[in-house]
Design a protein around this ligand. Structure first.
Ligand SMILES: NC(=O)C1=CN([C@@H]2O[C@H](COP(=O)(O)OP(=O)(O)OC[C@H]3O[C@@H](n4cnc5c(N)ncnc54)[C@H](O)[C@@H]3O)[C@@H](O)[C@H]2O)C=CC1
Ligand SMILES: O=CCc1c[nH]c2ccccc12
Length: 295
């Protein structure tokens, strides 16, 4: 198991705040289909992550795990200022001020570090993006979130938002792994100084196997004495992209932290990227992206 004191590097955002470059999510392994009563397994999962040294916790109103995260934070007795908490809005996108208040209440927090619009599929027009974004700017001005951003946005959605934004999005959280590199989208983020978070970062090493990255993932894992999962995380971090992972297994969560103990060479990052281009795999939101394809 990795050393719990291995520091997690931070990435500076365009609003002057910083985000830890590895996040722990409660949307997949821990997702609940309805709010219901508090799931102690989820509480213990989040507490384990905090105990191991994860300070960046990712949530969303639709995961129905905000109550559990709130309890876990309280029971962990960790200093709030040491944590970086994200949540997202989509179900209550029509009333963002009410949505953030509901999330903060469940999380038992006065503020989150990052508040995201969970997906672009609520919007029919550019004005819809702009209206929602103005409400996000108001949430930031109220102090209920330090930073604001979006998730699953493609270039047209970002352009519509930026056209009237007073505060640009700090981050776009997208599915990102060697089999989903999004063409020029990452370069567009760089040009606009918008950071990228990667969900599903382990996909090439887990659910998209077999694939053209298999041999390279195996040989890099051997070279760095880590698992293919940690290579997948490092491949993101070495490109300045913040991976959000998860697991219900303490050992796996501990092992992921080994991704902080080495760096891949630029050539290794490039080779893995090139191998990944030989396959396309999207694990989330496929039907929505298909239905909203304007190309
Ligand atoms: N904004 C969005 O639309 C989305 C955000 N997310 C966020 O990202 C977080 C992480 O997303 P994931 O796709 O779960 O990330 P991930 O790609 O890191 O996968 C983690 C999963 O892989 C499993 N795993 C790890 N090693 C494995 C192995 N050797 N063999 C088989 N399975 C293995 C883990 O147990 C865990 O369930 C979510 O919890 C959520 O917070 C996730 C999906 C969509
Ligand atoms: O965030 C993306 C994946 C996810 C997990 N649970 C839900 C519920 C509703 C929308 C998206 C998701």
């Amino acid at each position: 198991m990795a050393n719990i004191h291995t520091p997690i590097p931070e990435l500076k955002l365009n609003d002057g705040t910083s985000i830890p470059m590895l996040g722990y999510g409660t949307g997949t392994a821990w997702y609940k289909s309805s709010e219901g009563s508090i799931d102690r397994n989820t509480v213990e999962g989040v507490k384990t992550a905090i105990k191991l040294g994860y300070t960046h916790l990712d949530n969303a109103e639709v995961y129905n795990t905000e109550l559990e995260m709130g309890v876990a934070i309280k029971e962990s007795k960790v200093d709030r200022s040491k944590l970086f908490i994200t949540t997202k809005v989509i179900k209550n996108i029509a009333d963002i001020p009410k949505a953030i208040d509901a999330s903060l209440k469940k999380l038992q927090l006065d503020y989150v570090d990052l508040y995201l619009i969970h997906s672009p599929f609520f919007a029919k027009t550019d004005e819809d993006f702009q209206k929602a974004w103005a409400a996000m700017e108001d949430v930031k001005a109220s102090g209920k979130t330090k930073s604001i951003g979006v998730s699953n946005y493609l270039e047209p959605h970002l352009k519509a938002t930026l056209a009237t934004a007073k505060v640009p999005p700090s981050i776009n959280q997208i599915e990102f792994h060697p089999y989903l590199q999004h063409g020029n989208l990452i370069d567009y983020h760089k040009s606009q100084n918008i950071a990228v978070e990667a969900y599903g970062p382990l996909t090439a090493a887990t659910k998209a196997k077999p694939g053209p990255c298999d041999a390279m993932l195996a040989s890099l894992a051997k070279k760095y004495y880590v698992s293919e999962g940690e290579i997948s995380l490092r491949w993101c971090i070495d490109q300045g992209i913040v991976p959000i992972t998860t697991s219900g297994k303490e050992e796996r969560l501990s092992d992921y932290l080994r991704a902080m103990t080495f760096t891949m060479t630029p050539k290794e990052v490039k080779n893995l990227s090139e191998a990944g281009l030989e396959k396309h795999f999207r694990g989330f939101w496929q039907a929505k992206f298909d239905a909203n394809d304007r190309s």
